[in-house]
Design a binder for this molecule. Structure first.
Ligand code: SF4
Length: 241
C-alpha cells in the first residue's frame, strides 16, 4: 500500500525510473549514454542552483512586496514590461535557474505577463548572447532577430496572461494563499452585477457600477470564500494579486 502511495506521489520520477530500467534491459549502450548525460546536467544544476536559491531567498526577504508590485505587477504597465525585459536580458545561467526566481516574483506580486517576459528574455535575448550573435552572424541579423523576438515575446506574454490566471498557478493554491492579502478586480471585465458585494460585503463594495476591493488582511477561511466568489463572478474579473 505504501509503495502505491509513493508511486502516486512521484509519478514523474517513477516514469523516469521505469524508462531507465527498460533502457538498461533493451538498449544498454543508450542507457549508459543517458546516465552520462543526466549526470552532466545534475552536476551543472548542483553548481548553479545553490547560488540561485540564496539569491532568491535574499530578494524574497529583503525586497518589499510593494516594490515588486510597483515594478512587475499588473499595474506596472510599460515600465513593468521594460523592467522584465532588462531582468531577463541581463541575467546569467541556464533557463531553469529562472524558474525559482519567477516563482518568488509571482508570489510577491509580479504579473503573469511580466513573468512570461522575464522567462522568454532569459531564454532567447541575453545580452552576452547578442554580442556573440552579432560577431558570428552580423549586426543586421542580430538586430532584426532581436526586434522580431521582442514583438513575439510581447504577444506571447499577452496571450499567456489572458489564458492563465494567477490563482490557477499551483503554488498559489495551497500554503502560499495565506500570504495573499489583496484581491485584484479587473475593472475592464467587471459588469457591475454586484454579486461579490452581496456575498462578501466586508471585502467588496460597488462604486460607479464597478466592484472595488476593500483592503484587508485575509484569513484562510476568507480566502476560501473569495475563491468561491471568483468562480461565481460571471465576468471572471476577480483574482489574487
Ligand atoms: S461579481 Fe464580478 S462582475 Fe459582478 S460586480 Fe463582482 S467583480 Fe463585477
Amino acid at each position: 500500500m505504501k509503495v502505491i502511495d509513493i508511486v502516486k506521489k512521484n509519478k514523474l520520477l517513477t516514469g523516469v525510473f521505469l524508462a531507465y530500467a527498460f533502457l538498461f534491459i533493451a538498449m544498454p549502450d543508450k542507457a549508459y549514454l543517458s546516465v552520462s548525460n543526466s549526470m552532466y546536467y545534475i552536476i551543472e544544476m548542483l553548481e548553479i542552483m545553490p547560488v540561485i536559491f540564496i539569491l532568491t531567498s535574499i530578494i524574497e526577504a529583503w525586497v518589499p512586496k510593494e516594490m515588486i508590485i510597483n515594478g512587475f505587477g499588473e499595474k506596472a504597465g510599460i515600465k513593468g514590461s521594460i523592467f522584465s525585459f532588462l531582468l531577463g536580458s541581463f541575467s546569467a545561467g541556464p533557463i531553469y535557474a529562472a524558474f525559482p526566481i519567477c516563482k518568488m516574483l509571482l508570489k510577491k506580486g509580479a504579473s503573469v505577463s511580466n513573468v512570461v517576459i522575464i522567462l522568454s528574455a532569459w531564454a532567447v535575448i541575453k545580452v552576452p548572447m547578442l554580442a556573440n550573435e552579432a560577431k558570428f552572424l552580423g549586426v543586421q541579423f542580430m538586430g532584426v532577430r532581436w526586434i522580431l523576438t521582442v514583438i513575439a515575446i510581447l504577444i506571447m506574454s499577452y496571450l499567456v496572461a489572458a489564458f492563465v490566471k494567477k490563482e490557477s498557478v499551483p503554488m498559489l493554491q495551497e500554503q502560499d494563499l495565506n500570504q495573499i492579502t489583496c484581491v485584484d478586480i479587473k475593472e475592464q471585465y467587471c459588469i457591475g452585477c454586484g454579486l461579490c458585494e452581496k456575498l462578501l460585503p466586508q471585502h467588496f463594495e460597488m462604486a460607479d457600477k464597478k466592484a472595488k476591493w476593500k483592503e484587508s488582511i485575509l484569513s484562510h477561511e476568507q480566502i476560501d470564500r473569495i475563491k468561491s466568489i471568483m468562480n461565481k463572478c460571471p465576468a471572471k474579473a476577480i483574482g489574487f494579486r
